[in-house]
Ligand binder design. Structure first.
Ligand SMILES: Cc1cc2nc3c(=O)[nH]c(=O)nc-3n(C[C@H](O)[C@H](O)[C@H](O)COP(=O)(O)OP(=O)(O)OC[C@H]3O[C@@H](n4cnc5c(N)ncnc54)[C@H](O)[C@@H]3O)c2cc1C
Ligand SMILES: NC(=O)c1ccc[n+]([C@@H]2O[C@H](COP(=O)([O-])OP(=O)(O)OC[C@H]3O[C@@H](n4cnc5c(N)ncnc54)[C@H](OP(=O)(O)O)[C@@H]3O)[C@@H](O)[C@H]2O)c1
Length: 411
């Protein structure tokens, strides 16, 4: 099964290699376990679901009701609230991995993956923190590295001269360290809104940068989740009409958000999500703080200078710290040497529900821009698809070492 060389190790994987042990990778792994298909699951971090364990703030709760966030074949415990918090979600994922006996290989960063035409197999190269390298050879490659693999940090003039603390939202845990401080939060997505709200709760003074426009929707409408309501309406009504209804409901519940300096996009919230991947903000309290001016809305940033920020309207503000809630990006283009299935932005070219399967045994899970429910839908299709081929191979007694393995070499 293994062969070694001086510089690295080469491993034949009898089954797929799954890159990423977040919710998506775990969900595929669970589906494969159920069908007794062997696999290797790799993660660069030292734990499962590292985005949730290491890159999220303390006050985080799931935005959607739990039935939309559970992974296949393993519901949330009954005693969990409608919107589980971060700790509960991580505990759920830990028990998911235990239940299906999923044991990822940690601290292995996938540096490159390439389909070897000669061998008709994937070659996946990883590196450990100590520099040791491994090459995995496999028939199937499942990309589960997530839509939020790398932080986006914009280059803004003068930031290097600012002098105060500058962090990305993925390193923000709570407002405790910002008590009494004047903080500019760059970005008004769900992260920017919730970080600003958390800063208020810790007696800091946040100013939130809104450089363009944003859809804010209530998390619930008349006691029912807005997301659930939208999904139900979409079964009967066209998307444009559902968007219009959502905006009327938002106006009734939240009022005219433009009065608070939050300009709504001209395209409706669901259409914007589908066409540009821009998630609407589900409000859990930030809007009240904006209305009461505890969160100040400020325009785009022109430049920073020592202890100061200047906005595009010429206004200047003395500040102590900056939180970049400027989002994330996929890292697939950095390591996957393939351009037919994935586009340059690291997402599959085919939109949901068709972006899960490429050619030559390549799969993508968790790139639907539909959060955990989209990941679960992908995962079930992928594990079923691989399981089918696996069983056919078994039935035909083709589980002998394939002839094309003869060309495998160590590196
Ligand atoms: C703050 C925040 C809150 C969110 N809240 C919700 C929510 O309430 N509901 C919802 O549906 N979605 C939410 N999301 C979206 C989020 O993308 C999903 O919840 C979920 O984490 C996606 O799972 P995933 O496995 O696809 O990706 P991830 O959870 O990002 O997991 C990907 C894994 O791949 C690993 N990895 C990446 N690159 C490599 C590499 N080169 N080599 C090896 N391993 C690698 C990472 O270490 C990571 O463990 C939230 C996102 C953020 C940032
Ligand atoms: N509780 C939850 O469920 C929860 C909480 C947080 C996040 N999330 C999810 O996590 C994902 C990422 O959310 P996110 O809020 O981190 O990122 P995001 O949705 O991508 O938002 C990024 C924000 O940063 C702004 N921005 C980027 N560069 C900027 C610049 N140079 N100057 C000013 N503003 C700039 C963007 O403005 P423009 O629009 O103008 O580009 C946008 O407002 C989303 O799917 C989100 O729903 C969920």
């Amino acid at each position: 099964m293994f062969s070694f060389s001086d510089t690295g190790r080469c491993v034949w994987v009898n089954g797929p290699v799954i890159v990423g042990a977040g919710p998506s990778g775990l969900a595929v792994a669970a589906g494969l376990k159920e069908q007794a298909v062997p696999f290797v699951i790799l993660d660069r971090a030292d734990c499962i679901a590292s985005l949730w364990q290491k890159c999220t703030y303390d006050r985080l709760k799931l935005h959607l009701p739990k039935q939309f966030c559970q992974l296949p074949k393993f519901p949330f415990p009954d005693h969990y609230p409608e919107y589980p918090n971060k700790k509960q979600f991580i505990e759920y994922l830990e028990s998911y991995a235990r239940h299906f006996d999923i044991n990822p290989q940690f601290n292995e960063t996938v540096e490159s993956a390439k389909y070897d035409e000669a061998c008709k197999l994937w070659r996946v190269k990883t590196i450990y923190p100590n520099g040791c390298e491994v090459e995995y050879i496999c028939q199937w490659l499942v990309v589960a590295t997530g839509e939020n693999a790398e932080r986006v940090v914009p280059e803004i003039e003068g930031l290097q001269n600012f002098g105060g603390d500058v962090i990305h939202a993925c390193d923000y845990k709570s407002g405790e360290n910002f008590r009494g401080k004047r903080v500019v939060v760059v970005g008004c997505g769900n992260s920017g809104m919730e970080v600003s709200l958390d800063l208020c709760h810790h007696d800091a003074k946040p100013s939130m940068v809104v450089r363009s426009s944003v859809h804010v929707l209530p998390r619930e409408v008349f006691g029912k989740s807005t997301f659930e309501l939208a999904m139900s309406m979409l079964k009967w009504l066209p998307l444009w009409l559902v968007d219009k209804i959502l905006l009327v409901l938002a106006w009734m519940i939240l009022g005219n958000i433009e009065k608070c300096g939050l300009k709504r996009p001209s395209v409706g919230p669901l259409e914007l999500k589908n066409t540009q991947g821009k998630t609407p903000v589900l409000d859990i309290g930030a809007l009240e703080k904006i209305k009461s001016r505890e969160i100040k809305v400020v325009p785009g940033i022109k430049k920073f200078s020592c202890g100061m920020v200047e906005f595009v309207n010429g206004e200047k503000l003395e500040i102590d710290a900056v939180v970049m809630a400027t989002g994330y990006r996929s890292n697939v283009p950095y390591w996957l040497q393939e351009s037919e299935f994935f586009s340059k932005n690291g997402f599959p070219k085919a939109p949901f529900p068709n972006g899960w399967k490429g050619k030559e045994g390549l799969y993508a899970v968790g790139f639907t821009m539909r959060g955990l429910s989209g990941a679960s839908a992908d995962a079930m299709k992928i594990s079923k698809d691989i399981g089918k081929v696996w069983k056919e191979d078994l039935n035909q007694k083709k589980q002998k070492v394939p002839t094309h393995r003869r060309c495998i070499s160590t590196f």
